[in-house]
Design a protein around this ligand. Structure first.
Ligand code: ADP
Ligand code: MG
Length: 406
């Protein structure tokens, strides 16, 4: 049995019209002689009745604090509703379909509520159902612990559900359908000149995703890479072929341009910077260690970390800023902290070992009148912290500088 997994995001299943287009994509999959597993996200965005953010605000209106366990129980409903409605749409189009929650589909996770990881996929039930049904629709973003507790996988988690199912079922391909044509050189909402990338390697797209490009979840890419499952990102609303995520040049005869230093850009909005200083060596007296221990205990992730003898700086997401300040008050260090920053990054396997990339980033932003607050880099990316109001200008300038517009 040839199995194809298709995943549809929130903006692909929100309205009846959109669901008709989804049915069209499913028909195309069936025509290839495959049985289909469809993974869906909750319908729509904030404000839509069953969207994830709407469910959150419903619960927090009653009481601003919600326990992670109930949070997961509540959020899982969004995808379950979506799976049932999608199944109805398929059945009314004459396609024999059935719906499953994540737990029913055999997605077993650890018990880390709101950010659970898939530890196992039990395929017996889904395989049995596929003998009877042409299409099995699975609620994305959720699973169940071995104790039967419902968990969710974190933002973008439906992508991970789809790829985990694809890997466990040995699917021919996993197709992630969304509201853009595929992985582009930058978020088209920020950079109108952004172009579609016909191919990109697993490691580059995973890096772009980690650096904020939310077109696909990084965990999903990593699972696809280790299971060697072909992964394609496509639009629900066009006939474009989308982006094929590959192992590297040469795979399945696809030609990859090797002349580009930078493949794409990514950004993370709404970050705060924290700078801690003192007149002593913070490494020697253990204060540096204490700082990061306190943040870790509070579950606050930090990024762009720089540690020098008398100064520690890093960024946190704005949503955790006040909490981070409170936790660090204990250290009695001088704290200079502010919201209102964004992190923009250039990503590309082609920059490995190429001299002068940092110089180009700096001069390009300088010419655009944008000051860089801080930078970090690896072999395959350079990230700059800038003022939030400079973010879109920085992205457009870098897009032009590295010739990404074509
Ligand atoms: P879905 O609900 O389908 O999962 P998401 O909103 O999670 O959709 O992801 C799609 C969005 O990702 C696009 O609408 C686009 O604004 C954004 N995006 C960010 N970076 C990129 C990029 N490099 N290429 C394409 N889209 C991107
Ligand atoms: Mg998504």
């Amino acid at each position: 049995m040839k199995i194809l997994v298709q995943k549809f995001g929130g903006t692909s299943v929100a309205t009846q019209d959109q669901r008709k287009q989804v049915v069209g994509k499913i028909r195309e999959g069936l025509k290839k002689g495959c049985r289909l597993v469809i993974v869906v996200s909750a319908m729509g965005r904030q404000g839509d009745p069953y969207a994830t953010d709407t469910l959150i605000s419903l619960a927090t209106k009653e009481n601003s604090r919600i326990r992670p366990r109930e949070f997961d129980l509540l959020l899982s409903c969004g995808e379950i509703i979506s799976a049932v409605i999608m199944t109805q749409a398929l059945r009314s189009a004459g396609i024999n379909a059935t719906a499953l929650s994540g737990g029913q589909a055999g997605i077993i996770t650890d018990s880390h509520h709101t950010q659970a990881s898939i530890i196992q996929v039990k395929t017996e039930k889904i395989l049995k159902l596929m003998e009877e049904y042409e299409v099995v629709v699975v609620a994305g973003f959720q699973g169940v612990t071995t104790e039967g507790e419902i968990t969710t996988l974190g933002r973008g988690g439906s992508d991970t559900t789809a790829v985990a199912l694809g890997a466990a079922l040995n699917a021919v391909e996993v197709e992630v359908y969304t509201d853009v044509d595929g992985v582009m050189t930058a978020d088209p909402r920020m950079v109108p000149e952004a172009r579609l990338l016909k191919t990109i390697t697993y490691s580059e797209v995973s890096e772009m995703a980690h650096l904020g490009a939310k077109v696909v979840h990084p965990r999903a890419v990593e699972i696809a890479m280790s299971a060697r499952i072909p992964l394609r990102i496509k639009s629900t609303f066009s006939e474009e072929e989308g982006t094929l995520i590959t192992d590297g040049p040469g795979i399945s005869g696809v030609e990859i341009k090797g002349d580009k230093v930078v493949t794409g850009l990514a950004y993370i909005n709404d970050v705060a910077q924290v700078i801690l200083t003192a007149d002593r060596n913070l490494n020697q007296d253990g204060t540096a260690l204490k700082v990061f221990q306190l943040l870790a205990e509070a579950g606050i992730s930090v990024d762009m970390i720089q540690v020098s003898p008398d100064r520690i700086s890093f960024i946190v997401e704005e949503a955790r800023f006040e909490e981070a300040q409170a936790v660090l008050a204990d250290t009695k260090l001088t704290m200079d902290a502010a919201k209102g920053y964004a992190k923009v990054a250039v990503v590309g396997a082609g920059m490995r070992g190429v001299p002068g990339v940092m110089a180009r980033v700096i001069s390009c932003l300088y010419q655009a009148g944008i000051s860089i607050i801080q930078t970090t880099d690896s072999h395959t990316n350079i990230a700059c912290l800038v003022k939030k109001e400079d973010m879109s200008g920085a992205l457009r300038a870098l897009h032009e500088e590295f010739g990404l517009g074509g």
